[in-house]
Design a protein around this ligand. Structure first.
Ligand SMILES: [Zn+2]
Length: 83
């Protein structure tokens, strides 16, 4: 085990977010349900997209729209798998 700074995970994160993000598979931290992003329920308005677990309705994460881009607020999403 070596201790480095966050630059070391950039390549690993890029492996997760490569390709079609709708096929990212997440695990709900509330009910342990596994689903792709495409299978989640989303509440959408001008300010935000609230992404909910279809099985238990808990908020997995929220994407906030800001003037200078978007911001991801992590909720009950436990795992995210790019494969
Ligand atoms: Zn759930």
């Amino acid at each position: 085990m070596s201790r480095v700074d966050g630059n070391a995970v950039a390549g690993l994160l890029a492996e997760i977010f490569v390709g079609d993000v709708t096929m990212l598979r997440g695990v709900c931290g509330e009910c342990a349900s596994v689903s792709t992003l495409a299978e989640t329920d989303v509440e959408l308005d001008a300010q935000a997209a609230i992404v909910r677990c279809r099985a238990c309705t808990v908020t997995l994460f929220t994407v906030l729209r800001a003037g200078d881009g978007s911001r991801l607020v992590v909720g009950s999403l436990r795992e995210l798998d790019g494969h």
